[in-house]
Ligand binder design. Structure first.
Ligand SMILES: Cc1cc2nc3c(=O)[nH]c(=O)nc-3n(C[C@H](O)[C@H](O)[C@H](O)COP(=O)(O)OP(=O)(O)OC[C@H]3O[C@@H](n4cnc5c(N)ncnc54)[C@H](O)[C@@H]3O)c2cc1C
Length: 465
């Protein structure tokens, strides 16, 4: 029940700034507002802030950082913006792309230098579509570490996070100014809190099956691997307020979730020279296009499953991710010394698997392309022992949402601004175009963190005025 109602006669309390959602977007917004001298109140449905941020690998793409320079990696804001634009087939707003690309480097250095978060840049594999190594992560390569560090940083700044509290109502004045919110606590009590500005950081609608069915029918029956508390409140409030919504069919999928274990298997296993086969032992597409569009490809295969096939060298790269280590501990990663034995372990045709291996390895030796157009390199050759994981495709999060300005202000359908409403992260329209294939790795946390910080600053400026 997400409602927009006229302003009541009184509120129980008043805060200058209310932020709905304590994921990466909400906490970056709160930190930025606090720095600018405005007291934020963050309201979070869960007992402990988690969100999809906690489920992620916590990798944030950023261009021109000192971490890149220290490793001799050449990159620029323009190159990053061009990569985002190529992946989304120029379907997203170029000004917004330029903004998030420009803000990305300073964002990482802000979190690292001001708040002591130990980021570094991944330099032993690259993600599809990035023409420079620019994925920055924390030591465990996990979103749990990212959200825990953001939360403890916010707490150290005396930012109040009201947990076990779900906002369901926005109160609005006749000119569209948000006057306050109403939230339900877990114990059944309700709070009406007035505010001077509101930031929506409550992500998209991946946790709302009906809305997914309406906007992304191809993933309606897929495993939803994001946070269940993201139920599309931002777009429902936005609709009621006359806000412009865009790219509602866009989403981040992933074609490599270990099944039945439900553990993310990093796409490094593919990008380093691995490939996917279906239950018939046959490859079915160019896996290097991207993991997001691969979700639907995998779901189209017999039984809606596939196998990631790689080797021990690649497993060593993947082991930097906590998730991969968990998958190994749980027995999700199968190993065999010969291709025939791997085929038996996977219950696929040995002849089919040998044929696929032969084609892939020949393409690597020739530095050529395979029948799907995938380009392989000689350094990616596979050697025994071979590894495989049974995987399925999943919906991770939605990328469509409220159209915002470059300072994260929410825009109405007629192009005018809602006076004091801001949005960031999955609540805002992303930079991934209209479909899954437009998602460049890291677009999720890129817009959560950069737009979050911008929203916090902009809201603080408005309130100070
Ligand atoms: C498995 C997985 C792996 C991923 N890996 C990566 C990656 O490595 N790099 C990358 O860039 N992106 C990745 N993503 C995407 C990324 O996690 C999201 O884009 C990002 O976390 C969104 O941040 P957010 O703050 O907008 O939302 P969230 O982190 O989901 O936070 C939103 C918060 O709002 C709360 N909330 C919602 N509605 C209400 C309400 N009405 N009242 C109060 N609280 C509410 C929710 O409980 C939640 O805590 C991944 C996603 C998944 C699922």
């Amino acid at each position: 029940m997400s409602r927009v109602l006229p302003t009541p006669e009184a509120f129980d309390a008043h805060m200058p700034l209310v932020v709905i959602g304590a994921g990466a977007a909400g906490l970056c917004a709160a930190l930025a507002a606090k720095e600018a001298g405005v007291e934020p109140l963050v309201i979070e449905r869960d007992t402990v802030p988690s969100g999809s941020t906690a489920l992620s690998a916590g990798l944030i793409p950023a261009a021109g950082t000192r971490f890149q320079r220290e490793k001799g990696i050449e990159d620029s804001v323009e190159l990053f913006a061009a990569d985002i634009t190529r992946k989304n087939h120029a379907q997203s707003d170029p000004t917004m792309i330029a903004t998030v690309a420009r803000e990305s480097g300073p964002l990482i250095e802000w979190l690292a230098d001001r708040y002591g978060m130990p980021f570094d840049v991944i330099d032993n594999f690259n993600y599809p579509g990035h023409s420079a190594l620019r994925m920055h992560g924390l030591p465990s390569r996990s979103g749990r570490e990212l959200i825990d560090r953001l939360r403890s940083t916010a707490e150290a700044q005396d930012i109040v996070i009201l947990t076990n509290c779900a906002v369901d109502t926005l109160y609005v004045g006749p000119d569209g100014t948000i006057r306050g919110i109403e939230a339900a606590r877990d114990d059944g009590s309700r709070e009406r809190i007035g505010c001077d500005a509101l930031i929506l950081a409550c992500n998209g609608y991946g946790g709302n099956a009906d809305v997914v069915h309406r906007h992304i029918p191809e993933m309606a029956d897929a495993l939803y691997f994001g946070h269940p508390g993201n139920r599309g409140d931002a777009i429902q409030w936005g609709e009621a307020l006359g806000a412009e919504l865009r790219h509602l069919g866009a989403y981040q999928g992933h074609g490599s979730v270990a099944t039945p274990y439900n553990i993310l298997i990093t796409w490094a296993v593919i990008m380093e020279g691995g490939f996917q086969i279906n239950r018939d032992g046959r490859r079915f597409c160019d896996e290097s296009c991207g993991y997001s569009e691969q979700a639907a490809e995998v779901l189209r295969q017999p039984g809606g499953v596939a196998f990631d096939v790689f080797d021990e060298r690649i497993a060593a790269v993947a082991r930097q991710f906590d998730d991969f280590q968990t998958a190994e501990r749980n027995g999700a990663v199968l190993r065999a010394g010969r291709i025939e034995d791997l085929a038996v372990a996977l219950n696929v045709s040995p002849q089919a698997l040998i044929t696929e291996f032969d084609e892939v390895e020949a393409a690597k030796a020739a530095m050529g392309r395979d029948r799907y157009g995938r380009r392989f390199m000689p350094g990616e050759r596979l050697a025994p022992p071979y590894c495989a994981v049974k995987v399925t495709g999943a919906l991770f999060h939605t990328q469509g949402g409220l159209v915002v300005t470059v300072d994260a202000g929410v825009v109405r359908k007629d192009g005018s601004r809602l006076p004091n409403l801001f949005a960031a992260g999955g609540a805002a329209a992303g930079v991934s175009g209209d479909e899954a294939a437009g998602y460049l790795s890291g677009n999720g946390l890129l817009t959560a963190t950069t737009l979050g910080r911008l929203a916090g600053r902009s809201a603080a400026r408005l309130i100070e005025r």
